[in-house]
Design a protein around this ligand. Sequence first.
Ligand code: NAP
Length: 326
Amino acid sequence: MDEYQASESRYADAMRYNRCGKSGVLLPAISLGLWHNFGDNTPFEVSQAIARTAFDLGITHFDLANNYGPEPGAAERFMGKMLRTDFKPHRDELFISTKAAYDMWPGPYGSWASRKHLTASLDQSLQRMGLDYVDLFYCHRYDPETPLEETLQTLVDIVRSGKALYIGLSRWPLEAARFGFEYLRRHDTPCLIYQGRLNLFDQAPKTEGILAECKANGVGFIGFSPLAQGLLTDRYLNGIPEDSRIARDGRFLHADMLTPERLQQIRDLNDMAASRGESLASMALAWVLQQEGVTSVIVGASSPDQLRRNLACLNSSPLRPGDITI
Ligand SMILES: NC(=O)c1ccc[n+]([C@@H]2O[C@H](COP(=O)([O-])OP(=O)(O)OC[C@H]3O[C@@H](n4cnc5c(N)ncnc54)[C@H](OP(=O)(O)O)[C@@H]3O)[C@@H](O)[C@H]2O)c1
C-alpha cells in the first residue's frame, strides 16, 4: 500500500481528550478496540485503513489483548507491523494497551491471573508488537482461584520492571476491584483505569456501582462494546447483512440474540435518535460518554467509514434523564 502520512489536523479537529481518573493521562473520548477485524481473517489492507483513519481522527488509544485474533495473537502482530511501518514515527503519540488472563496457550499456565501467566503473556505480547513496553497492561478478568495479592503484586512488579507504564483491571467484580484499587494504591502503583461493558442494553457498571467506585478512587473507566457489538446501530434493522458481525463471525454475537423484543427496542431507539437528528450509533455512544465517571469508549469498526460516522457522537446534544426509554 501507499506510504502513510498522518493527517496534520489530527489534533485540531474533532477529538476530545479526557483526563483518566486522577492520573496524568489524557485519553481520547473514543478509543479503538482490535478485538474484531484485525486478525488473520481480515485482509491487512482493511485493518490498516481502519487504524490509519483512527489515528488521523485523533484516536491515540488502541486497545488490544493477548488473545485478539483470530488466531490468538494476530491483532498484536498486526499492531507490531503498524508500529514498524505507518506508526513508526508516532510511538510516543500512541497509548497502547494489552491484557492477559483469558485462554492463550495450552497447559496450566496459559490463562487466568497467576504471576506465571501474566508475566509470560506480557513478554509474548511485547515480542509480537516489537515493543519494549506497553502503556497499559490489564488483568483481563478476575481469577477466583489465584490469591488477589499474587495477581496484584505481579501487576505492581510489571510496572516496576518497566514493561508497562500503567495498570488496569477489566471485568473484576465490585468487591475484588475495591480491594485491588486499595492494594495498588498502597504499593505506589495506582490503578489507572477499569474496563467494563457499558451500553444502553447493559448498564451493570452503573447500576452495580463500579462506576461510582472508580470515581471515588480516582480511577478512570473505559466502556467496551458501547454499541453492543453493532446491535445499537442501524445494522440489523432490516435483517442480517452478509458482511455483519453476526453473519461473518457469530462466536460472540449470535442471530438468536436478535429476538423480536430486542429488534423492537432497537427500532424504538432508532426512532428516538432520528427525532434528535442523529444516528442510533451516535446517540448510543453519546449516552455512554455522558455517564458520570466515563473517560472513554472503546469502539470496534469493520470499516473506516463506520469510525468516521461514529465520531458524530462528540457533537451530540446532552441527553436528559427520560430522553431515552428502553
Ligand atoms: N475487556 C473485555 O473483556 C472486552 C470484551 C469485549 C470487547 N472489549 C474491547 O472493546 C472493543 C470494542 O468492542 P466491540 O467491537 O464489541 O464494540 P462495539 O463498538 O459495540 O461494536 C463494534 C461493531 O459494531 C458495528 N458498527 C460499528 N459502528 C457502526 C456503524 N456506524 N453502523 C453500523 N455498524 C457499526 C461493527 O460491526 P460489523 O462487523 O457488523 O460492521 C463493529 O465492528 C474491542 O475491540 C475490545 O478492545 C473488551
